[in-house]
Design a protein around this ligand. Structure first.
Ligand code: IPE
Ligand code: IPE
Ligand code: MG
Length: 240
């Protein structure tokens, strides 16, 4: 159990084993920027700052696994200029991520298919994963990730390996998330009430939390609100 003290007049945040994994669908960057009369890329830059800040904050309050949805398999449909801007931001993050994550005792994992990325970018992803592997917390970055593609890939690999009918455990071993428990809580910002192909298998029993706030507007207090809401819910996993 971890107790994170807030300001003297605020209630502390207490995290126990019921909440090991929080996942974020970071949505609303584009609308946040448009509302300011700025190009969408401006929103992605603001969003990437919030991503850095909140992934550290979640670790500080005692969350073991944090997953963020950074780029979906469908996001290639966006204008090239926007895709390029997102990739540049990710690259900037990766250049500093190793140092930040070492200091925070977090390993980085990428969820998704890396094959469309440049050799240079893939090498950076591999280096980041490899050199952070000894750390204890987990930061998963879903990048060129799609839940359906992940399930098909896992099923095919498991089936080939086994040479016959596979079980749920067989499939889970081949998901991108085989190193961590499924998300206890999924937070989606930006006011849309859907999963958009995120962790389709792993979300079967996740608690879902939606907020209208755009991702760049998310602050520590908003994470606290989602955590408090999570602890007010009763998870039954099909029982009574
Ligand atoms: C960020 O929000 C999510 C990414 C795909 C990087 P959006 O870019 O989807 O912003 P909105 O939803 O258009 O406002
Ligand atoms: C989901 O957001 C993907 C990420 C946050 C990376 P989208 O903006 O792509 O989802 P839709 O299009 O609203 O479903
Ligand atoms: Mg969106």
């Amino acid at each position: 159990m971890s107790i994170f003290k807030k300001k003297p007049n605020e209630e502390a945040i207490v995290i126990d084993d019921r909440l090991q994994h929080i996942a974020f669908i970071m949505d609303g960057n584009g609308r946040w920027a448009r509302r300011r009369g700025m190009p969408r890329e401006y929103g992605h830059r603001a969003g990437s700052k919030v991503f850095r800040d909140l992934s550290i904050y979640c670790g500080d309050i005692g969350i073991k696994v944090v997953t963020v949805y950074a780029f979906s398999t469908e996001n290639w449909k966006r204008p090239q200029k926007e895709v390029d801007a997102i990739m540049t931001l990710l690259e900037e993050f990766l250049f500093e991520a190793l140092e930040t994550m070492k200091a925070r005792d977090a390993q980085i994992h990428f969820l998704g298919d890396p094959s469309p990325f440049s050799e240079k970018f893939r090498a950076l992803m591999e280096k980041t994963e490899r050199e952070s592997a000894e750390n204890h917390r987990v930061l998963n970055i879903a990048l060129n990730y799609g839940g359906r593609a992940e399930i098909i890939r896992a099923a095919n690999t498991a089936f080939t390996e086994k040479g016959g009918e596979i079980s749920e455990d067989d499939l889970e071993r081949h998901l991108y998330t085989s190193h961590c428990p499924p998300p206890d809580l999924i937070v989606r910002t930006g006011g849309e009430y859907r999963l958009s192909n995120f962790l389709m298998w792993q979300s079967a029993y996740s608690e879902l939390y939606f907020t209208d706030k755009y991702w760049p507007d998310m602050r520590h207090a908003d994470v606290d609100a989602a955590v408090r809401e999570f602890y007010s819910r009763q998870r039954r996993f099909g029982g009574v």
